[in-house]
Write a protein that binds this ligand. Structure first.
Ligand code: ADP
Ligand code: NI
Length: 209
């Protein structure tokens, strides 16, 4: 019942997103996270709740993070969860949204982050990257701002990047950042698929394929 309520609440908030964070992203993260939770014998209710709510406080999606957090807190309080559960769910979604490199404390947090990262890989990850890039008026690829390993993002021309750069900046690094064994296994095929895509992309770019 609580899961169904939460699904409805989130679905309504993400329905109109066209930046790579639509409801179906959340649904996939939830499903993969559920599978990982089973393998890891983690608390599946906490995992599912955190997966459902994980993008509702993302600063890319909400104008006011503080207000978004308060709305989630209010929503969770209405569901009559134990305080411990509310705190754990909030800890997970906040640490995933804001941490960028922070150690995650619990297996449930690690699972939700793994599932979120898996959805940024493979065929779906490729599709989401180009959708996100389009929404930010970024180029598909621009040799003038092409990624160089030693550069950080801020060093590109005017801080610009491109969809193809994003693979080198982030997506190809994801497989080594996963926590759980099951996620690492799932990531292999997705990683390989992205590499093949990039190889074919550059061959076509150069008129060689
Ligand atoms: P989530 O929080 O759902 O993991 P992000 O908010 O980091 O994802 O990104 C959402 C989607 O947009 C992902 O597929 C990601 O790869 C893509 N994305 C994020 N930043 C960029 C960028 N600078 N250029 C292209 N795609 C991006
Ligand atoms: Ni996400």
């Amino acid at each position: 019942m609580i899961l169904q309520h939460t699904e409805n609440w989130v679905r309504q908030r993400l329905a109109k997103d066209t930046t790579g964070h639509d409801w179906f992203h959340t649904e996939r993260v939830r499903n993969v996270a559920k599978t990982l939770a089973r393998v890891e014998e983690a608390d599946s209710f906490i995992v599912e709740m955190a997966a459902l709510l994980h993008d509702t406080i993302d600063d890319k999606l909400v104008a006011n993070e503080e207000q978004a957090i308060q709305e989630v807190v209010h929503f969770l309080k209405e569901q009559h969860l134990e305080k411990k559960q509310v705190d754990h769910i909030l800890e997970i979604i906040q640490s995933i949204s804001f941490s960028k490199g922070m150690e995650l404390r619990t297996i449930e947090a690690k699972i939700v982050q793994d599932a979120d990262r898996l959805d940024a890989m493979g065929a779906i990850g490729i599709a989401r990257t180009f959708q996100y890039s389009g929404s930010k008026q970024q180029a598909i690829y621009d040799p003038a701002i092409a990624v160089r390993e030693e550069m950080t993002k801020n060093e590109y021309r005017n801080g610009e990047t491109s969809a193809i750069n994003h693979f080198y900046e982030k997506l190809l690094k994801l497989k080594d950042k996963l926590h759980t064994h099951a996620a690492k296994e799932l990531a292999e095929k997705r990683h390989h698929y992205m590499e093949q895509f990039l190889t074919q992309f550059s061959l076509e770019w150069e008129g060689k394929a």
